[in-house]
Ligand binder design. Structure first.
Ligand code: FMN
Ligand code: MN
Length: 474
């Protein structure tokens, strides 16, 4: 089941009992953020939250926590809501292999219904803005998908990028945007600024549920997020041409903001409570001048709470980080079995792999650090054998406790790159990285006393069946 816009997905969530309409009038601060924060604390099945009675706003529709549970993540992929997490990751990996699926261009985009331009632009008229964490420096658009093109190859569809980057509203028609240097929009902006040109952008808000998944997904620079959306949806992604910039934007967006990142201009942005469970400080960031806002009638404002895990952000960037790392590693090391990159957007990653020879697992760990995502994340890698499930944390802890000889199996690499947001980096953006090799040594690595492992008895699976059926007839 492919959804073409946010509205049809919200309808499906409601049918499945996975959208909760908050009946009472609530305060924009702190209620909206606190409710979404709480959704991350009430367990696996949390619903999306819908608010339309918000003090001070005459006409607001706000939705949060749309991807904020494994049930909602499954439904976003068109899977049954009870699909176990591990199966969601495996199905995601199968669909990845259908990439690329050419998008479908459509004309009659619903966001063409309304537009404001030039001096009439006031973002506060269009969006019911509110703050998330107590210490945030301002109002944020934190679930937008931002489109930009490579100034050196504007016709190259694959190099056109769709990405989620946090955006602070710093004026009626001005925004500050945080491009992490490892990310694609940072490359586009660097090229534009080298030419002394502005970078045109389209900021799309309130999208079909696969758009935030691909926009936050670490693919290669020249891979199109739209062509990946088609693979994940199982149907071509509907796109439309943005009227001012000509950028390709999702057909079904609630709001499309067009403008330019002004060349070589920086302004203070932040602080903002981040996915690391810590605030980033205020830092100088690029500035967007808004030239046009197109929007559907009665637009829905979608936002996401983030802070100390787990929050919606962790569900959103869980599978979509595991699968690219798995595919990128397997391209060179087919021995890699599974990748769990669910912790703090893959700052810590667990990889299970078979080994060709001694030292092999450590090489896999080093490669993980130089994938597109690894350059800015992946500061700790735990490697486990091929028969250990990296999603089963007790098994991983067994492997680490039983197989690791710290002086020989822990490798620390100094002075590597990481996102500045990593709270332990020092200076910000530089960190040491660690490989923990919790695999069983193989020749010529002959260390340890691993020759006589206990394995489950051959009769154990039959007994498990027998116990289950005895329990069932009680
Ligand atoms: C809610 C959310 C907020 C994010 N904020 C930022 C951000 O401010 N800056 C940034 O560079 N990446 C941010 N990311 C991460 C990127 O979207 C993600 O790493 C993506 O893979 C980058 O895509 P790219 O390689 O096409 O640039 C955010 C992701 C999510 C889900
Ligand atoms: Mn990209």
């Amino acid at each position: 089941m492919a959804y073409d816009d946010l509205r049809s997905f919200l309808h499906a969530l409601e049918q499945e009992g996975q959208l909760l309409r908050i009946p009472d009038e609530v305060a924009p601060e702190p209620d909206l953020a606190a409710a979404a924060n709480a959704a991350g604390r009430i367990g696996e099945g949390a619903p999306a939250l819908w608010f339309d009675r918000v003090t001070g706003f005459t006409d607001a529709r706000i939705v949060m926590n749309v991807h904020g549970s494994w049930r909602n993540h499954a439904l976003a992929l068109g899977l049954p809501k009870e699909t176990p997490t591990r199966e969601q990751v495996e199905e995601f990996a199968r669909r990845w292999d259908d990439f690329p699926v050419t998008p479908q261009r459509r004309e009659d985009a619903p966001w063409r219904e309304n537009a404001v331009t030039g001096a009439d632009i006031d973002l506060f008229d269009v969006l019911p803005l509110f703050r998330l964490n107590d210490g945030d420096g301002g109002f944020y658009l934190d679930k937008a998908a931002v489109v930009s093109r490579d100034p050196d190859a504007p016709e190259d569809f694959g190099r056109q990028n769709l990405g989620t980057y946090r955006i602070e509203v710093i004026g009626r028609d001005r925004l500050a945007l945080q491009p992490v240097p490892m990310h694609d929009i940072a490359q586009h902006l660097r090229k534009a600024e080298e030419r002394g040109e502005d970078l045109p952008v389209a900021i799309t808000l309130g999208n079909d549920p696969v758009v935030p998944i691909v926009a936050g997904m670490p693919m290669a620079y020249d891979q199109s997020e739209y062509e990946m959306a088609g693979a994940l949806r199982g149907a071509p992604m509907p796109i439309a041409t943005a009227p001012l910039t000509g950028l390709d934007v999702p057909w079904g967006s609630e709001v499309v903001i067009e403008g330019r990142i002004e060349s070589r201009v920086r302004q203070i942005e932040g602080p903002f409570g981040e996915f690391t469970g810590h605030y980033s400080g205020g830092r100088r960031m690029p500035v967007v001048r808004i030239d046009r806002i197109s929007f559907r009638s009665n637009p829905i404002f979608e936002s996401l709470y983030l802070g100390m895990p787990w929050t919606e952000c962790d569900y959103l960037v869980g599978p979509n980080t595991c699968v690219p790392l798995l595919k990128q590693l397997r391209a060179e090391f087919p021995e890699v079995r599974a990748v769990n990159a669910m912790y703090t957007h893959g700052l810590l990653v667990i990889i299970s792999t078979a080994k060709r020879y001694g030292g092999f697992a450590k090489a896999v760990g080093m490669r993980a650090m130089t994938t597109p995502h690894g350059l800015g994340y992946v500061s700790q890698v735990i490697l486990v054998d091929e028969d250990v499930d990296p999603f089963d944390l007790p098994q991983v802890m067994w492997a680490q406790s039983a197989k690791v000889n710290p002086a020989e199996d822990v490798v620390v690499l100094p002075n590597l790159s990481v996102v500045e947001l990593a709270p332990a980096s020092h200076p910000a953006g530089i960190t040491s990285k660690m490989i923990v090799d919790a695999t069983t040594p193989v020749p010529p690595d002959v260390r340890g006393n691993f020759g006589t492992p206990t394995k489950d008895l051959p009769e154990t699976p039959a007994w498990a069946e027998r116990l289950r059926s005895l329990l069932a007839v009680r």
